[in-house]
Design a protein around this ligand. Structure first.
Ligand code: PMP
Ligand code: GLN
Length: 400
């Protein structure tokens, strides 16, 4: 039995987790991680690293706890984190943000997304242009805000959007263009031309660009180019990132927003009633991480690239058709090449078939486009090399 009334139904419904009797299914990550625990399979489903947070960053958190930084942080975030984010944006992207008015800390990128979308959307006439497939929280939050999601497809195997389809999707009803670059679940990086077009369209239709850049330091070739760094973009862009992926600390939930003061004020007006503040001792620890030397950032990108290539080669050797990601934890494989047409069914069977967990791409799309992604599977490469090699050799045993 579920409660009959309330906006929870919009959130669950938009995420396609609401059943006909009002029952709520777990998210694909919860379902697949539980299946991994129950079966002992290797978990290449939910994206979290199996190696620990760097010593220095962990040490800084321990130090903060021991020295008594255990009460509420300021609502905007601790001064050391806000300064470190300002320094980081200047150092990597040549972007200048004032830590007093243009940066806030959040409970992970998830709260940043929630606060930004709830702040900027106001009902059923408002549209959000989203690249599909999309991170699962997007549809749920747009649903919660009571707004409309307008998808622009990213298609196998390179997952680059079509400029004309993008142009057609953005109209005067568009309040927000939500861009996840580098992209989960496909591992794609949008081209500079695509990002410029997004800025042009946002300007033409007076939309805000909200970017989710949590994989900014896990790009394999060229350095990350944030949309806010493009000409004319910064004044209408809310940029979001978090320390979870960069510092292998997904359980700490320290994120941040950079944006012009008027947009930060709007987002903060909502954020302060979601968590008010969070993770006091983890904020200085992530601040410590953000000022790491160049070698640290180069190493994590090279390490991820190597892991993605080991995973990709293993999947190809097992008979899958495989995409080549430019960034992130993720590689997409087509299970149709192995004779499996339904990725959701395939993923449920995979622990038995091979002792491995993965997630179907259909968990990241709207119902209308389910069939376009029907046989595609997302595998996460953020695991130790021996684990990836073991997973690959198990996958090679699948009988076709
Ligand atoms: N956005 C994307 C694209 C993600 O993959 C994730 C999950 N790691 C998040 C947001 C959530 O980030 P956080 O854990 O910092 O809330
Ligand atoms: N971001 C992680 C992923 O995409 C999972 C986050 C979650 O479990 N909500 O796999």
């Amino acid at each position: 039995m579920t409660h009959a009334y309330g906006s929870w139904r919009r959130a669950a419904g938009a995420a396609r987790l609401l059943g006909p009797e009002g029952e709520v299914a777990p998210t694909v990550f919860a379902e697949m991680s539980a299946l991994a625990t129950a079966t002992g399979a290797i978990n290449l489903g939910q994206g979290y690293p199996d190696e620990d947070t760097p010593d220095e960053v962990r040490g800084a958190a321990l130090e903060a706890i021991s020295s008594g930084q255990n009460q509420y942080a300021p609502g905007r975030g601790t001064a050391d984190l806000l300064d470190a984010v300002a320094h980081h944006q200047r150092r990597f992207y040549d972007l200048d943000w004032d830590p007093a008015t243009e940066i806030i800390a959040t409970a992970g990128a998830t709260e940043a997304l929630a606060a930004a979308l709830l702040a900027l959307l106001d009902g059923p006439d408002d549209e959000v242009v989203v690249f599909e497939p999309f991170y699962d929280a997007y549809a749920a939050l747009i649903g919660l805000a009571g707004a409309r999601l307008v998808p622009v497809p990213l298609t196998w195997p390179d997952f680059q959007p079509d400029l004309d389809e993008l142009s057609a999707a953005v109209t005067d009803r568009t309040r927000v263009i939500l861009v996840n670059d580098p992209h989960n679940p496909t591992g794609t990086v949008f081209s500079p031309a695509m990002k410029s077009r997004i800025v042009e369209l946002a300007e033409r239709h007076d939309a805000v660009i909200v970017t989710d850049e949590v994989y900014e330091h896990l790009v394999f070739e060229q350095p990350h180019l944030p949309i806010a760094a493009l000409p004319g973009a910064a004044r209408r862009t809310v940029s979001i990132s978090s320390g979870g992926k960069t510092f292998r600390a997904t359980g700490w939930k320290i994120g941040w927003i950079t944006a012009p003061a008027d947009l930060v004020t709007a987002v903060l007006a909502v954020k302060q009633y979601l968590t008010y503040a969070n993770g006091t001792p983890f904020q200085p620890a992530i601040a410590r991480g953000l000022v790491s030397g160049d070698g640290f950032f180069e190493r994590i990108a090279a390490d991820m690239r190597h892991k993605a290539s080991v995973l990709g080669a293993g999947l190809a050797a097992a008979g899958f058709e495989v995409s080549s990601p430019d960034a992130t934890y993720f590689t997409v494989a087509d299970a149709a090449a192995l004779g499996f047409d339904d990725a959701a069914e395939f993923c449920r069977e995979l622990p038995r078939l091979a002792g491995v967990i993965a997630v179907p791409l259909t968990a990241f799309v709207t119902a209308a486009h389910h069939d376009d992604y029907r046989s595609l599977v997302r595998f996460a490469a953020c695991k130790r090399l021996d684990v990836l090699e073991e997973a690959a050799s198990r996958l090679a045993e699948i009988e076709r």
